[in-house]
Design a protein around this ligand. Structure first.
Ligand code: N2P
Length: 357
């Protein structure tokens, strides 16, 4: 009997050892734990081939998820349910995440390719010294319109969108800052306004736009506009760039009242499990050839000066998508207005959204 117990104990120990060894083997082969990289990025915001290439070069398996607004992304990261190793917030969202201690300081020694970034995009106010974030893409918010569908005059201002002839013609990107910013700018206010009376005025102004709104949508906005389901879209510049190459009746304008210039940077959330892999990914995306390939595919503006040199000169010279500092200096970056004010912007936007359904 004693022998039998010893035998069972031995079998138990041996199987435990085998299971442990198998688990280690898996980990080094990229099936679990350390060799997985969880990426959380905007929709349509990476050349898929680069993910394959990164996996091949590093042996790291990428798990990829997308979002379509900073607000949606921040809620998910704050909840902490999924532990992302990489996220790509915009300027004000980065400042907010730093404030809330949601990000890991970067180890600059592991990101030598940062030397390819145009200094104009480094050491900016939302992340002094790039302690937490590295530039990925940048752009503006503006209006894409279909010359044939809207007829008449070209659109030049935010105010134009309220014209009665654009009934049921407008698609809006689904972002609280973008839509509230559009309304504030059209009234001549800053898109960082915090005065309650002006914010309420901006909401009422949006309510008046309702008859012209066809839908408030995510990434499908590009398909709908390219397929001429609507004549006008309030979009991020790169989305306009992408569909303009598919439909030559489309044009893009940054409205005369002013607009938003934004910067999307890569960060490592505090909950990251693969910090080493995250640094490798950041450096990989900064390699000029990879960045050029990425830019070609997504259509957004690259902050990578050495990638820009590898692109068709027509791309880099297109003032609509690479406006000079003289233009961008007149545009506003969304400021981190603080947790409560940002929540308030969300509420006002949601009230408008419910109303426009
Ligand atoms: C990509 C969205 C671009 C993000 N679909 C603008 N910050």
């Amino acid at each position: 009997m004693k022998k039998l117990v010893q035998l069972f104990a031995l079998i138990f120990l041996l199987s435990a050892a085998i299971l442990f060894a198998l688990d280690r083997l898996n980990a080094t082969q990229g099936y679990s734990g350390e060799n997985v990289l969880n990426i959380y990025n905007w929709g349509d915001y990476i050349e898929p081939e680069l993910i394959d290439q990164f996996e091949k070069e590093t042996g790291i398996k990428v798990v990829y998820q997308t979002f379509d607004s900073n607000e949606a992304m921040m809620t998910k990261v704050e909840q902490g349910g999924t532990t992302y190793d990489i996220a790509v917030p915009s300027d004000y969202a980065i400042a907010k995440m730093i404030d809330e201690d949601l990000l890991i300081p970067l180890d600059q020694s592991k990101i030598p390719n940062v030397k390819h970034i145009d200094p104009r995009f480094l050491d900016v106010s939302f992340d002094p010294g790039n302690k937490y974030s590295i530039p990925y893409f940048w752009g503006t918010v503006g209006i894409v319109y279909n010359r044939d569908l809207i007829g008449g005059d070209a659109i030049t201002s935010w105010k134009d969108l309220w014209k009665p002839e654009y009934k049921n013609q407008i698609l809006l990107a689904d972002g609280a800052r973008e839509v509230m910013g559009m309304s504030l700018n059209s009234l001549g206010y800053s898109l960082n306004e915090t005065d309650e009376a002006k914010l309420q005025e901006a909401k009422r102004n949006l309510m008046e736009l309702t008859p012209n709104i066809k839908a408030i949508v995510g990434d499908e906005i590009k398909l709908l506009l390219a397929n001429e389901e609507a004549g006008i879209g309030v979009v991020w510049s790169g989305d306009a760039n992408e569909i303009m190459s598919e439909n030559d009746k489309l044009d893009y304008v940054v409205p005369s009242e002013g607009s938003n210039v934004w910067f999307d940077n890569i960060v490592i959330p505090k909950t990251a499990k693969n910090v080493e892999g995250a640094h490798k990914f950041i450096d990989f995306m900064l390699d000029p050839e990879n960045a050029a390939k990425n830019t070609d595919y997504v259509g957004y503006s690259t902050p990578n000066k050495d990638a820009l040199r590898l692109l068709d000169p027509e791309v880099a010279e297109d003032e609509r998508f690479y406006p000079g500092e003289d233009v961008t200096d007149k545009l506003e970056v969304y400021e981190n207005l603080g947790k409560e004010m940002l929540a308030h912007y969300n509420e006002l936007f949601l009230e408008f959204k419910m109303h426009s359904k």
